[in-house]
Write a protein that binds this ligand. Structure first.
Ligand code: AP5
Length: 229
């Protein structure tokens, strides 16, 4: 059993969904929670960035869409996610970060989960005001090697431009330019926010105050998960 603070962490056996606007801290928290529960962290954004970096056909389709701050079409996302969660490392549960993001994605995920042994998902909705989101996104830097997330304002690395874990170079995401951030926030409001109601109606949604410091947010998330699993 892993332990964090005073909260014991046991087997997950669930699909956990991190829902919230760009910059809400989904990736930061999902990395930590997946590490503590020893399950995969499934970030559809990271999967697309990996395809873009390798220049695969899927990456070539996704790249211009991501650069505009729009959502990649559902059929592309769903094919990629179905393949990923069919792999053996997902048998004990997984943490979704940035998926689902549209109603059709959520409906399809319900169907998929219905065929697995996990019961209903746990959906954590990260609430942060929009001024904070923009500041977080413009300050974000990510390790090119391990993907660790930093922030020049609130979580700077010990050595500027280098990852504390592996010394990897830190980069700024192309979609973290202010004009693209605006488009991403618009896409969130139009296409993803309706999922808050969708999961609220299913009684599986829990709000998390994402504006607290990252360690306090982790503790809130773990408290919810230990009650739910
Ligand atoms: P994706 O990579 O999923 O981006 P996003 O949802 O816009 O979310 P972000 O990664 O920007 O933010 P986050 O909430 O993870 O915040 P983070 O923890 O990094 O998607 C990118 C693109 O891919 C989309 O625009 C779309 O085109 C495509 N895509 C992906 N999934 C898709 C899908 N399902 N359907 C269709 N298209 C899809 O934190 C941000 C910063 O804040 C960091 O610097 C961090 O250090 C800092 N921070 C974190 N927590 C705190 C805190 N508590 N206090 C202070 N600072 C904090």
């Amino acid at each position: 059993m892993a332990k964090t603070g005073s909260i014991p962490v046991t087997g997950l056996k669930r699909a956990v969904i991190f829902l919230g606007p760009p910059g809400a801290g989904k990736g930061t928290q999902a990395q930590e929670v997946a590490r503590l529960y020893d399950v995969p962290h499934l970030s559809t954004g990271d999967m697309f960035r990996d395809h873009v970096g390798r220049g695969t056909p899927l990456g070539l389709k996704a790249k211009p869409i991501m650069e505009r701050g729009e959502l990649v079409p559902d059929e592309i996302v769903l094919g990629m996610v179905e393949e990923r969660i069919s792999r053996p490392d997902c048998k004990d549960g997984f943490v979704f970060d940035g998926f689902p993001r549209t109603l059709p994605q959520a409906e399809k995920l319900d169907q998929i989960l219905g065929g697995l042994d996990f019961g209903r998902p746990v959906v954590l909705h990260f609430v942060v005001d929009s001024d904070q989101l923009v500041r977080r996104l413009t300050g974000r830097r990510t390790c090119k090697v391990g993907g660790e997330i930093y922030n020049v304002y609130v979580r700077p690395p010990k050595v500027p431009g280098r990852c504390d874990n592996d010394g990897g170079e830190l980069m700024q995401r192309p979609d973290d330019r202010e004009e693209v951030i605006h488009e991403r926030l618009v896409a969130y409001e139009r296409q993803t926010k309706p999922l808050v109601d969708y999961y609220h109606r299913q009684a599986v949604l829990q709000d998390v105050d994402g504006s607290a410091d990252p360690e306090a947010v982790t503790q809130s998330v773990l408290r919810i998960l230990t009650r739910a699993v």
